[in-house]
Structure formats: C-alpha cells, structure tokens
Design a protein around this ligand. Sequence first.
Ligand SMILES: *Cc1c(COP(=O)(O)O)cnc(C)c1O
Ligand SMILES: [Zn+2]
Length: 419
Amino acid sequence: MYVAELRCSICGKSYAPDQVQYTCPSCGEAGTLDVLYDVEALRRAVSREDIARSTDPTLWRYRPLLPLPADAAVPPLAVGGTPLYDAPRLAADLGLAQTWIKDDGRNPTGSLKDRASAVVVARAMAQGIKVVTTASTGNAAAALAGLSASVGLPAVIFVPASAPEAKIAQLLTYGAHVLLVRGNYDNAFELAVQAAERYGWYNRNTGMNPYTAEGKKTVAYEIAEQLGWQAPDAVVLSVGDGNIISGVHKGFSDLLALGWIDRMPRLIGVQADGSAACYQVWKRGQDPATMAPIESHTVADSIAADLPRDRVRAVRAVRETGGAFVSVPDEAILEGIPILARLSGVFAEPAAAATYAGARAALAEGSLKPEDRVVLLVTGNGLKDIKSAMRVAGNGYTVAPDIEEVERVRQVLGLPSFR
Ligand SMILES: *Cc1c(COP(=O)(O)O)cnc(C)c1O
Ligand SMILES: [Zn+2]
C-alpha cells in the first residue's frame, strides 16, 4: 500500500494513517482529511500501461492507487467500469463542442456511492471490523447495504424517513438494519456519529470517513483512461455534501502528479437553489470552514444538505481548477430528466439530471464555453426516484384492446403508416 499520510484540508497537519480514524482532531468535523500517497514510489511501481493491460474492468483495476494492503480481499460486486457515452445530440442541444455522459447509475446499487462503499467495506474487512454504519439521504446507504451484504458484514443505516421509497426498499431488501429517522439528513448524520462512538461501530459517514473520496476518485481515473489518458475541458457534477467533487478533484490530481495526464479539467459543481451552501460561499468569496448551516429544501434528495460535510474540499476543488458553482431551481432539475433521457438514452435521478440544467446555467454565465468538451457525470439511476420522474415524463394513452383505438392514437400523434 502506498498511502503515506493523512493531511487536514484546513490546517495542513499531517497524520500517520493509523493515527486518526475520521477528521482532524484539531479542526473538528470540518477538517476532512486527504489521503496522500508516496507518489515517487507509485511512479516507480506502476505505469498507465500496466493499468491499461489489466483485464479487470472494475475500479480494482486501479488497485495500486487505492488505500488497501496488497493482499486484502475485496467485495465481489462489480463496482465501476461504467460507460462514457459520446452524446452528440445532447452536445448540439446544449451548444457545446462535445459532450459525454459518464453513466454511474450503472453501478450495482444504482449510484456512484458504490465506489466509496466498495473501498470502505474492503478496508473494514482488512481491519476485522464487525459492524459498519452510515447516515445517508439514501444512495450511500443503499451502497453500503449492498456492498456489506455481498460479504456478510452487518450494516446499521440511518436515513430520513422521507427518503424515496426505492432507496428504502433497497436497504430493507439487502438486509441492513434500517433506522428511519424522523428528521432530515443532518439529524441522521448526527445520530450515526453518536451511535458509532457509543458502540464502537465503523462509520462510513460521508466527509467524515477519509476513504469514501478515495473510492469516488476512481470515476476520474476512468474518465481519463476512457479519453485516452486525457482530461476533458470540464466535468459537470452535482454537489450536496461535496464528497464526490472532492473525490473527482483528487482523482485528476493523482493522475496529474503521476504525469499520466497533462492538465486538470475545470470542475463545475451544480447545486439546487434550495440547497446551495457551497455555491453561496464560493460566490461571496468566503471561507468554507466557517460556513453556517442553511435549511435545505430540494426535490433532488441526494444533494440536500444543510451543512455540506466536505465543504472545505468542495470549494477548494472548484477554486483550484478554475471551475465554478452554479445553482439551479428544482423545476429545471426535473425538466432535465426527460431531456437527458431523450437526447442520450440515460435515465438519471433528479440529483444526477441536475447536471443538464447546471451545464445550461454554466454556459449562460460563461464558466462553460461553446468550444468546451465536457463530461456530464450521471451519479444516480432514474429508477431510484420514480415519483419525481413521473412529474415530468408525460402521459401514455390508455386504450381498449381494439386496433381502432390504436388508429385514433396514431392519428393524434401523427405517427407514419407505411401501408
Ligand atoms: C450523493 C449524491 C450526489 C452528491 O454527492 P455529494 O458527495 O453529497 O456532494 C449527487 N448525486 C447523487 C445521485 C448522489 O447519490
Ligand atoms: Zn486540521
């Protein structure tokens, strides 16, 4: 394993990997820790040609760049290796030179969160952990429940009772111990922290556990490798706690440090108007470490956060890459679901479809330019939240089993007949 140190994103203090488990003891919960590697040793040990030769299509093809002992077992579910689709009709619609969709809704439990849970569960197994826990708006919970089930590890999950039904169905079906919190995500987060502390369970909470971003960074590795070891001009992705954008930043930074890519993409973080804490702080040029909680409200449950847990690194990711935050209304988020689906064939849940409205907003504000080649990161599958999709999907036509009724519908729709 090439992990050299854990470094606080606020005070810069360095810790040995076994010295701290969660956030920086000096800075508290805002002081999320970067997992840093011995880049020189890595460069000597592995090349991008070695990676390209791997026959493993999952995120474990990047194993030397992951925080695991060489002989550690990994969960069997096939996480990562998701497709990057060139989407020319979407590019034309947006007015961009080129647009790709990275479809992470194709992961085993239907979201990018599987990348984080795969790495956390592998580390838990290596350390002989007996119980894992997490709070989540739904997807991180489903990911932990699924990955834990794949290796028989008990998982205790705290989710808001209001989470979309499909996500709760996943948790229950995977056999996790599910606590439905009468409260919001932030309440669930606090409960998971207290329970882990009180009972000695291993906590996967986003932004608290340093290793979730290490899993999520693999999506950046895949994008670069799928583009022939090049970065796109920009990556558009939605932001709640800010752990995905931090992970994507980390992934491209690793590749740049190794000399496997020669520049960074701009990261465009999309937030919902009703949950835009990072956007506000970035826009006002404030310090994210002193961010005050807001009262978040958005249809995109996966990006609802009163106080983004990985706020310091999320704002850093945008500032350091010359990117931007944009904020979009719920109606635009929902309208993006069928547009994205019809122009690319990819069905995204609201938080993931927010990248469409986000790309539009970024073009309008100038942080995306028409000549840019841009990846839209679809973080979660549309089947996760059918209720929201049905609000904008349109209607079918109810007919009797009678071909004359089909004929009436054909005429209404103006569908061609070739007879
Ligand atoms: C978790 C999640 C996000 C946001 O990730 P953060 O790390 O909370 O910023 C976006 N989209 C989907 C589908 C998610 O599950
Ligand atoms: Zn610190």
